[in-house]
Each structure stands twice: as C-alpha cells, then as structure tokens.
Design a protein around this ligand. Structure first.
Ligand code: PLP
Length: 407
C-alpha cells in the first residue's frame, strides 16, 4: 500500500491565517453593516511603482516579438540581475559577494522552506520564538522536528529561543548546540531588530560551533537605524557560516508577481562539502527559472528612478507604522517593533490571551490583527499589527482603538 509522508500528519491543524480568515468571514457574515479593517496579514496594498510597471511593459513587448522572445530563464537567474544584485545590495555595502553566489528564485518563502533539503535529516534546528512559521513547518515536513505537543504549541526536537520583552526580543545562545539557526532580521513577527554587535554574537557562535545561520532579510528595506545591518555579510566571518534570503515582496511590492534570491557564499562548507554546489544542484533540478519579465522588473528596483519611487513607498508604510505605534501608545498599550520593520508587536492588556484579544478587537473595534501565539509559545500575550494597510484604514483603525480605550 502506498504510504504518505506521515510527518505531514503531525502538522498542527489549520494554518494561522486560514484560522483568522474563517473567524473574520464568520464575523462579517453575521455583521454585514460593520466595516472590518484588516491589519493582520503581511501583504502589501500599494500598487507597483511606475518604473516597475514600465519595465514590465517593455519586457512583455520583448516577449511578443520573435527577435527578442525568451523561453526558459537560466535556472539560477539572468546574469544581468545577479550582477546588479551583487553590486548594489552587497559590494556597494562593502560585502564581498559576487554575482555567481546569488540564486534568483520566485520568492523567499520557497527558498527558506526548501533550504533544509540540503542538510542531513538529523540536523538540530534552532528558531526564535515567536517565529515565521515556514522555518518550523518545513523542517517538520522533513521529519526533523520530532512530535508536536498541541498543548505546549512546541515540537519536541526543535530548539526554541524565546524572544520576549524580558530579553529585549534578542535570542540568547541556546544551551544545546544546534546545527541550523534561523534568524530573521528585521524580525517577523515582532518587528524588532538585532544590531551589529548582537548579530556578531551569532556569527561568532556559529563559526565556533560549526553551525549554519539561515538569515532571512526579507524586510531589509525597512531598516532606518544606523546600527542595524542590511546583510549578515556586513559581519566579519559570516561568509563562512551564513546563507541569506532576500525578497522583492516587501521592498518593491512583488508579492503578486514573485521574486526573491538566496545568497550562498562559495566558501561556505559543511563537512568539507560546498553548500553553494548543493543548492545549485537542487535549484537547477527543481526550479526552472523566474520569469524574464519579472527579472527585468527587478532591474527597475535598482534604477535611480525606481529607487526613488520605492523609497517613497517604504516611507508610506513606515508612516503607517508610526501612526500605529503612536495610536497604541496613546491608548495605553505597550508597543514594540515598528521602527525598522513594518510590524508592530503589542502586549495584550490585562493579561488577555492573544486569541481573546483578537476576538475582543474584532468585535469591539472591527480591526483584525494576528494573535502572537500563532507564531510560537513565546508569542502568547502579544499581538501583531502590520503597517501594510492603506493610510486611511490604518488611521481609522487607530482612532477606533483609541476611542475604545477611552470608553
Ligand atoms: N520571510 C519572511 C520573514 C516573511 O515575512 C515573508 C513574507 O511574509 C517571506 C519570507 C516570504 O517572502 P516572499 O513573498 O518573497 O516569498
């Protein structure tokens, strides 16, 4: 008899956002007169900037002419884009990353979900808690996470590194030695950051322990603080111990057109084996290249015009973040994050659980956020709001929350 991968059967019930979606749909059906404002899911709302739209149009026209039509893209990405990324995102920041160390893909979610495939099945995995769920779930699917304890909300074989207000949302070095360490900076969901010296602790630790850091910098464009690194390769020695994931989703609004990339330095080795070579083999076998038109659109992200337009777009979202932070603080909430990241992490009032606060906010303010416990046990008692809404909705949501608190 055919057997399924039973690791999938161990995954906890419904994915966080589908659980939220169900609750919100049920509420809206029962209360059709209420305008629900969604500040839950981290998806962008602003349209593609003109420089990107123009680049897309030009690329589509090329695809419509026999002389310039292109079929499959090179599976690791077009040279023009890999060169541009290496130069603008790395070399100009003093990081010695070359074009052939860049792997272009359809987004960071696939890459940070797939990367675990090139490591042994018995590798020990450490994650921050709360965590972007993909890191844990992808390892659970591969059988590396052990068993799920529904009550504790934890996997038996994952090393959790709590990040709470108590430690300033900075993960502490774990007692047990991990092989793979996932770090997300700026962080989703907490919206907090690690500065250079905090990140250096991890790079030094990984090198000494022979571990690999899987560094997710999907929110790099939102960094406004001087001492927060834009890339882990700004830290000396990181090229020997770290893989970096980047995405065009949040810096350029590509959530719907899809593009990202992974950096694996050539010198990064595990047991004498080059991870660069393994990932190239994996990528070339299972991925057939990101679309030409999207890679051309990504070139516009690096043009002077595109850069200026995107700076404004990021500023628009970060203005929302300021509105949320200010609104919540004036309503008496304890608020974290939202300075170099589009996420605001608030402490739920009066010891309320994350889901109780979700229900309370939905019913009383008709505002949707994300319960912190959905990101891991240390997220319990916290709640995430995103700055990716429209300004009008964000301001209205804060006004409703302020009014609630006063009444
Ligand atoms: N990494 C983090 C931390 C994210 O929050 C997200 C998206 O929400 C991603 C990766 C996925 O990015 P992409 O849209 O490029 O797949």
């Amino acid at each position: 008899m055919v057997r399924v991968n039973e690791n999938y059967l161990k995954l906890p019930g419904s994915y966080l956002f589908s659980a939220i979606g169900k609750k919100v749909s049920a509420y809206s059906e029962a209360n059709p007169d209420k305008k629900v404002i969604r500040l839950g899911i981290g998806d962008v709302t602003q349209p593609l900037v003109p420089a990107i739209v123009e680049a897309l149009h030009r690329a589509v026209d090329e695809m419509g002419r026999a002389e310039t039509f292109r079929g499959y893209a090179p599976d690791l990405g077009y040279g023009f884009l890999r060169e541009e990324i290496a130069k603008k995102d790395y070399q100009e920041r003093g990081c010695a990353i070359s074009a052939d160390e860049i792997f272009v893909s359809d987004g960071a979610k696939s890459d940070c979900g797939n990367i675990q495939e090139i490591f042994a099945g018995d590798c020990r995995v450490a994650v921050c808690d709360p965590v972007y769920p993909v890191y844990v779930d992808s390892n659970a699917m591969a059988g590396r996470a052990g068993d799920y304890d529904e009550k504790a909300g934890m996997w038996s074989n994952i090393i959790y590194m709590p990040c709470t207000a108590k430690n300033g949302f900075v993960p502490q070095l774990p007692g047990e030695r991990p092989d793979l360490i996932y770090l997300c900076n700026p962080n989703n969901p907490t919206g907090t950051t690690l500065n250079r010296s905090q990140l250096k602790v991890w790079v030094d630790y990984a090198r000494q322990a022979g571990a690999v850091i899987l560094y997710d910098a999907a929110y790099e464009a939102y960094i406004s603080e001087e001492d927060v690194p834009h890339s882990i390769y700004e830290i000396q020695g990181a090229e020997d111990c770290a893989v970096e994931f980047r995405s065009f989703s949040k810096n350029a609004g590509f959530t719907g057109i899809r593009l990202g990339f992974t950096v694996i330095p050539k010198g990064l080795k595990c047991g004498g084996v080059s991870l660069h070579g393994l990932w190239a083999r994996r990528h070339g076998t299972k991925f057939n290249g990101a679309p030409y038109i999207v890679q051309k659109a990504a070139m516009a992200v690096y043009s002077d015009e595109g850069k200026a337009q995107l700076k404004e777009q990021v500023a628009y979202y970060m203005n929302n973040a300021r509105v949320i932070r200010g609104g919540l603080e004036s309503a008496g909430y304890q608020v974290y994050g939202g300075v170099s990241a589009p996420y605001i992490w608030l402490k739920t009032p009066d010891g309320m659980s994350s889901w109780d606060f979700f229900d309370w906010l939905l019913e009383n303010a008709n505002v949707v956020g994300t319960p912190g416990s959905g990101f891991g046990p240390s997220g319990e008692g916290y709640f995430r709001l995103t700055a990716f809404g429209t300004y009008e909705n964000t301001a209205e949501a804060m006004e409703r929350i302020r009014r609630l608190k006063r009444s």
